[in-house]
Design a protein around this ligand. Structure first.
Ligand SMILES: Cc1cc2nc3c(=O)[nH]c(=O)nc-3n(C[C@H](O)[C@H](O)[C@H](O)COP(=O)(O)OP(=O)(O)OC[C@H]3O[C@@H](n4cnc5c(N)ncnc54)[C@H](O)[C@@H]3O)c2cc1C
Length: 487
């Protein structure tokens, strides 16, 4: 299909038009790619809500900056950082405060430091593991045994839990690994696919046999590179935007041109036209024609809108399961905190059984988020382990979280500020079977020209990977329209 179609009967040249549904970071990134690669293509973004950003949101309440969902993003995956630089955010990027780069783990209602060098799945330093009170002597021995265990013979996928228990033992899994991965996915580690969530650990076992050995080597190499790269702007593992993460989708929408954005316009369905184009119908029954459609909504909305036009894609995409989470911000004067800890935050094992998944000391991580003399806490609750928490009445939810925070930190008195944000059904879960699912979805999409999907249900939930999913979806559309070869 050509970029410009001669409309002979009208004597005009009609531009190719692409619809993007959803103005979260994935949809906005897709629009940016279209704009950058094919500036002559017209696009329109339909967003059901009255603002851009999707789950991303920043609220400033009584001088406290609360990130309602995305708190920061990883810098080792390039697309988030690159996007920020392209949008001129260099001076706005803030690294985590190096004074507080420690994480704590809850055990028996108390906070204990995560052994130094413990990276998600495996320790990279021996002494901290030897002395940690988080593991019993048997647990430490079992963990150390990992160095000598053979590789697994089968290359079949397995759950995060099965993998971690097999390599490092049940105690290390229950007390350290499960809360660390639970904090990332809000999911059930016994169902999450290792290869769809943390494939590098499966690769480590394949290549190096022992995770401890492989990670120790990687850490040493990373330290060497860091020493060699003494010049130029460097960022910590995670960065945020000083003015709040919401400024990222807002500036991106400004750059794309707000005239291309239709807020409060949700897509209800799409159908194929006889010439291969599309007719999109919004929730108020208004229709519009497009040459291509790109869904960057949540997978459930996309599946429902595509049910008639692309049933195989819709069926597969709609199978994605989600969990919900709530984020509760609590602010205190420093002198209200009886047992202050110097760290980024804490994670909570399921066995502690309180519905809290993790917490971060937001104002230690990024000091500009709270006024002098105060502490801002950000507590993550719900997920697969306690989905009912997300729906609790506000007072009950806040009460339960305050109770936990009081027990852990010895907090006295009422919080200075409370903010609650709920995200029901918003975290896609990459359960076992996800890799086969991806393959089938890819095949189904290959047979649907000018239809593309972007978003966190596909290849990763983190912001940088969502940006990449937007770029990839735009590339598919451009290739299908004959405007850019698909790589
Ligand atoms: C609580 C929470 C904390 C997180 N923390 C982090 C973090 O710290 N770091 C990180 O990297 N990632 C984090 N993530 C993950 C990351 O934020 C998301 O995966 C990512 O922002 C998703 O972007 P998206 O554009 O794919 O989807 P969304 O943000 O969900 O956007 C989809 C958009 O589609 C719109 N829409 C839905 N249906 C329709 C329709 N029918 N028609 C039109 N529009 C529609 C929605 O209104 C929404 O705006 C977090 C996620 C959550 C929920």
């Amino acid at each position: 299909m050509a970029q410009e179609t001669n409309e002979m009967e009208l004597g005009t040249v009609r531009k190719t038009r692409v619809a993007i549904f959803g103005a979260g970071i994935s949809g906005l990134a897709a629009a940016k790619r279209l704009r950058d690669v094919a500036p002559n293509v017209e696009f329109q973004i339909w967003e059901r809500a009255d603002r851009v950003g999707g789950v991303i949101g920043t609220r400033v309440v009584d001088g406290f900056l609360c990130e309602t969902s995305v708190d920061n993003f990883i810098t080792t995956v390039p697309w988030g950082l690159e996007l920020c630089r392209e949008l001129g955010f260099q001076d706005e990027l803030a690294s985590t405060n190096s004074r507080f780069r420690r994480t704590f783990v809850v055990r028996n209602g108390r906070l204990w430091a995560l052994p130094d060098g413990f990276m998600t799945m495996a320790p990279t330093k021996f002494y901290p593991i030897l002395v940690t009170p988080l593991l019993s002597p048997f647990g430490k021995l079992r963990c150390g045994l990992e160095l000598f265990l053979p590789r697994r013979k089968s290359s079949e996928d397995e759950s995060l839990a099965a993998f971690a228990i097999r390599r490092l033992g049940k105690e290390a899994f229950d007390r350290i690994i499960e809360p660390l991965v639970g904090g990332i996915y809000g999911g059930d580690a016994a169902r999450l696919s290792l290869r769809a969530t943390l494939p590098r650990f499966a690769e480590m076992e394949e290549k190096s046999r022992s995770l401890i050995w492989a990670m120790t080597k990687t850490q040493r190499a990373a330290r060497r590179v860091k020493r060699e790269e003494e010049s130029g702007a460097r960022y910590s593992f995670f960065v945020t935007l000083r003015s709040g993460m919401q400024s990222l989708p807002e500036r991106l929408a400004d750059r794309l041109g707000r005239e291309n954005l239709r807020l409060n316009r949700g897509v209800a369905s799409v159908s194929r036209e006889s010439d291969g184009g599309w007719r999109a119908t919004d929730t108020q029954g208004r229709t519009e024609r497009f040459d291509a459609v790109l869904f960057a909504t949540d997978s459930g909305s996309a599946a429902s809108a595509l049910a008639d036009a692309a049933p195989t894609v819709a069926n597969l995409y709609g199978q994605t399961e989600h969990t919900g989470v709530a984020i509760v911000h609590l602010a205190y004067r420093n002198d209200q905190i009886g047992r202050p800890v110097q760290g980024m935050g804490f994670v909570v094992p399921t066995s502690e059984g309180n519905g809290v998944i993790a917490g971060s000391f937001s104002s230690f991580k990024y000091p500009t988020r709270a006024p002098e003399g105060t502490t801002l806490l950000r507590v993550f609750v719900g997920g697969a382990r306690a989905p009912e928490m997300v729906e609790l009445p506000r007072d009950e939810l806040v009460g339960r979280v305050e109770n936990e925070v009081c027990k852990l930190l010895g907090v006295k008195g009422e919080p200075l500020m409370v903010d609650v944000a709920r995200f029901p059904n918003s975290m896609p879960q990459y359960y076992l079977g996800r890799l086969e699912w991806r393959q089938k979805l890819q095949e189904a999409l290959d047979s649907e020209p000018t239809l593309a999907l972007a978003g966190n249900a596909l290849n990763g939930v983190g912001l940088p990977v969502c940006v990449k999913s937007g770029y990839d979806a735009a590339d598919k559309i451009l290739a299908d329209l004959g405007l850019r070869p698909q790589s």
